[in-house]
Structure formats: C-alpha cells, structure tokens
Design a protein around this ligand. Sequence first.
Ligand SMILES: Cc1ncc(COP(=O)(O)O)c(C=O)c1O
Length: 252
Amino acid sequence: MFSDRTNWKLTRNRFTKAWEQVRAARREVLDLTISNPTRAGFDYDQAAILAALQSPRAMDYDPQPKGLLEAREAVSGYYGEQHATTELDPEQLILTTSTSEGYSYVFRLLCNPGDEVLIPKPSYPLFEFLADLEDVKLVPYPLLYDHGWQIDFPSMPKAVSPRTRAIVVVHPNNPTGSYVKPNEQDMLNGFCTEHDLALVVDEVFLDYEGARERCGGTAGGYCRYIFVNECADSVGGADFARTAEEYAEAAS
Ligand SMILES: Cc1ncc(COP(=O)(O)O)c(C=O)c1O
C-alpha cells in the first residue's frame, strides 16, 4: 500500500526499549535528547511573547513564501553581528520550520531521483530518512580519527560518481564534535569546483556556547554553498547561481 520510499525498518532498538521501561516505571530522568526549547527550562520573557500574539498586525494575513521579510532581516542582522564576516542578503534566506524541512528543499533543489549526495560518516542518522523521502541516495565519506577527527580526502574520489550533486559537511559535526579545518575547507572548495558540486554546510551547532571560537567561524566560504542553520531554521545560499567558471575566475 505504501511507497518503497518509506519502507523503513521500524523495529524498536535497545535504547527505545530501555527508554520505555524507564518511562513505565515513572522514574525521574534527565533527558539530554530534548530539543524542544519550551521544555528545556529556559527563562523566556513570557509577557513580551504573549503580548506580541495580541498585536493587531497578526490580523493581517500576509503569507510570504520565503518567510516574513522582517524575520529574514533579523536573521541577516544576527549573522552580521555574530558572524562578522558573513554578509547575508535577506532575499537569499529561506525560513523553514526545521532543518529537516530545509534539507528537503535542498535535496529537491539539487537532485533528480537517484542522484547522490556525499555525507560524512559518522554523522547525523536522520540524513538517511530525509534523503529517502526525496529519492536521493546518500554515499558516505569517512571521517577518520588520527590525532583528532579529519576528513578522509583520499577516499573522496572513490565516493564521487557522475550522479553526485553535493557534499554535506556538518560543522561542528554530530556526534564527533569535530569541525572543518581551514585546510579542509580549501580542499573541499577545490573538490567541489573540480566535480561541479554544491557544498551544503550544516551549522546547526555553530551557535552553541564556545563552538564558534573553537571552529573558527562558518565553514561556508565556497561560492556555491548552501548553509543550513538553526538560529531560526534557515536555509541560505551565497551566490549560488554563480558557475564554477565564475568561481575559478573570482579566485584567480
Ligand atoms: C547535523 C544535524 N542537523 C540538523 C539537526 C536538527 O534537525 P531539526 O531542525 O530538523 O530538528 C540535528 C539535530 O540533532 C543535527 O544533528
């Protein structure tokens, strides 16, 4: 009855079973997987938030496909302040309800059914499901641990094929906490230019306390990159329409 695309193996794993047992026993648990900010004990300015919901402006229905311009301007301003080197035109930003929705747009934008995207291994397990939903095939490229985690560049040419459309980097990465070093960024840029690939830079953890200092800022220095971040769950791109030739010209 259902498509092959969602024919996932959904059996419960050991963690899920243990979690169910703990919940059934009503034991108190410190759940470090909570990602719902309203349940993580933050102190919000409730009065200001509730007052905003009562604003008469809320009665004006004004749908904007990329997200409200004001909100995109706020995101752009945030990047201007927090990532001083990044200039973002609000018109190049798209607000989504989650990174997952952002990925669905990115995969649809870049890939035809059966096209391939390179992803780091180990990394975020949900990528598999997000790619399946868009009929995209993920091909892993290894991160190796040798005095710290690093991209295994010698294995990259083996991972790439005529169907490869993009490389995903996660900066800093989940679960290794490693990040893209400046020399790796140069190599990625060169590799993407050579193979005509987009670079998708997932920086959802870059705004965490101390991460930016440790990672040296954004990893999105390539002209054909799309970044995915969670300051407001946005998908942005810099000069994405420029061609590899234009990049080579700009770089020379
Ligand atoms: C690499 C990576 N990207 C994105 C996300 C967040 O996804 P979403 O915004 O859909 O919850 C996570 C969450 O763990 C992640 O590890």
